[in-house]
Structure formats: structure tokens, C-alpha cells
Write a protein that binds this ligand. Structure first.
Ligand code: GDP
Ligand code: ZN
Length: 377
């Protein structure tokens, strides 16, 4: 213990800091109620996220009666042989962890953490930063999980399941043609991403198939709201380097309809990746919606792409209708000026949002998008 290196002391400090959270017990109980092992049902599933450290999802909610003992074991077990790593994927009770130097270990989860798995479904999830103790150059044991940020969850039958942790940004990929651009669909994704607090980046691919001038007006509206919009073409290698720069050093989810070129873009950004590119829209991908086998793809320049079949195409994030206006960056400033506090901004009198549209202060297409999303909810 006395010989523990600097790095280990940091781990200990972080653990203790989090351990001291006064809300921990309440959070732990709440989490235990929300999760179980039942297979999620595709009809009722929703995806949501949180950027802030999700206290209730860190393993610091250690079984209450054992917490003093658990803490002692943590400290004793973390020694100079331990390494910090990232969970690349989870399969059953084991997971693949990659260390900073690029080595991969097949990891089991140590006893105390595993015992939590029955109460807390996701003790270790893809994207987690963990401390492992190698047994040899291939196998290791996960000792502890660092606090998470940028969590994307799926809610199914009122139960939440963490799909992936420590995400920084979501790349919303659309295509200018084949399939044609659907600005309303992008608005919908934006609402979802805004609700998670993750950083959205819009990528419109296949611009080689259209006159880029046609896209200018719609792109300008998003640009004015502060969204980063990248027009790309895999075929002509346009803006591939820019996208690579945006991905480097960050953990990104790539999301968007089937066929827009997500796999092609990733293959272009990271040569050698060899993701399957499908010429026709792959309907079977919808069938895989219930699977949650997310895995991380490391980028050579640093950072990871989160690949989850379910996340790639998800549209239903956990947004309630009354919140939608608040997630429209352009509509939000007008909301407080409406006469009725529960104004839906659709049919009410003295609605500041509708007035703003009439005065051309708000983009009509964006407003239509808002109304469409509201009507579908
Ligand atoms: P995903 O389903 O979003 O992963 O899309 P894929 O990467 O499988 O691509 C779907 C189809 O679009 C494939 O036939 C690609 O060759 C084609 N494609 C991808 N990017 C571009 C592009 O920039 N321009 C054109 N013209 N076709 C593209
Ligand atoms: Zn209103």
C-alpha cells in the first residue's frame, strides 16, 4: 500500500469524493427500482441521455450494508499492477477493455461489482473508464468503474438501461439525396440530442449528388442557431478531413437513417476500418433495434466511435411533448412571452412563437417541424 504510485492515489481520491455524495443512498435505491434483466420491448423503448455524471449509475452505490468493507477492498486491490482502460464492449459477464497503449484484455468483473449486477443491471457498460488488474497479458479483472458522464440510456417499460457511457457528441448524418434530405427528421434528431446535453453536429453527406447551392438556405438556418453543419461526400472526398478533425480525441455517436452513408463516412475517415456498406437500405437493421450490443471503435488519432445498431437509427428519445419547444434553440427564446404558461404554440391566442413566425423572425420550416413533432408525440 505504501508503495502505491501517484496514479493510484488519484483513483482513490476520486472514489472517495464520489463515495461521499450525500445523495448516494437515495440514488441507489431509485436506480435499483428502475432496472431489471427483462428483455426490452421494442414498442415501448425510448432512448435518452444525460451528460452530467450520473451518480446513480456509478458503482459507488455499493451495497449499503457492505459499503465500509467494499471500500477497504477497493483500496487494497488497486496496486501498482493496475491499469486504467476503456470498456470497448460487454458480452455477458465479461468485457473487452483497451488500455491507453492499445492492449486489449478480456475482463471479468470482480466479485463485489458482479454482485451488484443483479440489482443494478449495468454495472459495467460500453464506454466506461475502468481500473483493471491484469492476470496475464490477455486476461484481467475490473476492479472499479470511474464516474460516468454523457450517458445514453434506453427506457423500456419504465426501466432504464444504460446503452453507453462517456459520450461527448452525436454526429447526425443525413444525405442530400438517395435518400433525399428530410430537414424535419434532422430537427427531430436535434431535439433528441439537445435533450441529452450532448453536442450535436449535423453532417449532410452525398452532396456530390446535388447542387450544394440548393442546400444553402436550410443549412444557414441551422448555422445561425449555432449548430455545426458539415457538407460531405465520400465519393468526392469532400470534408472527410474536417469530419476526422471533429471526431479526433472525442467519443462520438454516429446516428442517422439507413443508407445515408454512415459506414462509408467512417471507412473514409478511418481507412482500414472495413465497415460493411450496403447499397440498399438494410431493413434488417430495424429488426436489430432491440439489441444493445454497442461497441467502441478506436480512432487512430484518438477518440472512439460508438457503434450501436439501436442508436444509429433511433428516433424516439425520451422527450415529453411539453419539453419540445425548449429543445428548439430558435423557438425557446419566445416561449416565455406567450400568454398561457402551458401554451403549445400551435392553436393558442397571443402566442409569442406564432407571432414570431408571422413576423419572419422564426423560420417557417422550423416551426412546421416543431408542429409535426408535437402532433406525433
Ligand atoms: P449507412 O446505412 O448509413 O451506413 O450507409 P452506407 O455507408 O452503407 O451507404 C449507403 C449507400 O450510399 C452505399 O451504396 C454507398 O456507396 C453510398 N454512398 C455513401 N456515401 C456516399 C456519397 O458521399 N456519395 C454518393 N453518391 N454515394 C454515397
Ligand atoms: Zn405559444
Amino acid at each position: 500500500m505504501a508503495k502505491r504510485k501517484q496514479k493510484k492515489t488519484q483513483i482513490r481520491t476520486e472514489f472517495r469524493k464520489n463515495y461521499d455524495q450525500t445523495t448516494r443512498k437515495k440514488d441507489f435505491r431509485g436506480q435499483a427500482d428502475e432496472t431489471d434483466d427483462s428483455t426490452p420491448d421494442a414498442q415501448s423503448e425510448r432512448v435518452s441521455g444525460k451528460r452530467s455524471a450520473s451518480k446513480k449509475r456509478t458503482i459507488t452505490g455499493v451495497a449499503r450494508e457492505n459499503e465500509a468493507a467494499g471500500f477497504a477492498v477497493e483500496l487494497r486491490d488497486v496496486d501498482a499492477n493496475c491499469l486504467s482502460g476503456r470498456v470497448m464492449k460487454v458480452h455477458g459477464l465479461s468485457s473487452t477493455v483497451r488500455t491507453a497503449d492499445g492492449r486489449e484484455f478480456e475482463c471479468s468483473t470482480r466479485g463485489l461489482l458482479k454482485s451488484l449486477a443483479t440489482d443494478l443491471q449495468n454495472v459495467v457498460v460500453t464506454g466506461d473508464v475502468v481500473v483493471i488488474r491484469p492476470a496475464d497479458d490477455r486476461q484481467a479483472v475490473i476492479l472499479l468503474v470511474e464516474p460516468r458522464h454523457g450517458v445514453i440510456c434506453r427506457t423500456s417499460r419504465k426501466r432504464q438501461q444504460v446503452l453507453v457511457a462517456n459520450v461527448d457528441q452525436v454526429i447526425i448524418v443525413a444525405s442530400a439525396a438517395e435518400p433525399g434530405l428530410k430537414p424535419n427528421l434532422i430537427d427531430r434528431y436535434l431535439v433528441s440530442v439537445e435533450s441529452t446535453n450532448l453536442r450535436p453536429i449535423i453532417c449532410i453527406n452525398k452532396v456530390d449528388l446535388v447542387d450544394p447551392g440548393e442546400l444553402q438556405s436550410v443549412v444557414a438556418v441551422w448555422g445561425q442557431m449555432g449548430y455545426q453543419v458539415v457538407l460531405s461526400s465520400v465519393t468526392c472526398h469532400w470534408n472527410i478531413d474536417r469530419l476526422r478533425d471533429l471526431l479526433t480525441g472525442r467519443n462520438s455517436v454516429v446516428s442517422g437513417q439507413s443508407g445515408v452513408g454512415k459506414s462509408s463516412l467512417l471507412n473514409a475517415i478511418e481507412p482500414g476500418l472495413g465497415l460493411k456498406v450496403s447499397p440498399v437500405s438494410d431493413e434488417s437493421e430495424k429488426g436489430r433495434h432491440t439489441t444493445t450490443f454497442s461497441h467502441l471503435i478506436p480512432l487512430s488519432g484518438g477518440g472512439y466511435i460508438v457503434d450501436t445498431p439501436g442508436i444509429r437509427q433511433f428516433q424516439l428519445w425520451d422527450v415529453i411533448p411539453a419539453e419540445v419547444a425548449g429543445f428548439f434553440r430558435d423557438i425557446r427564446p419566445y416561449v416565455s412571452d406567450c400568454q398561457f404558461p402551458d401554451c403549445t404554440h400551435t392553436h393558442e391566442q397571443n402566442c409569442a412563437v406564432k407571432e414570431a413566425v408571422a413576423m419572419f423572425k422564426l423560420d417557417v420550416r422550423r416551426y412546421e417541424s416543431y408542429c409535426q413533432i408535437r402532433s406525433e408525440e
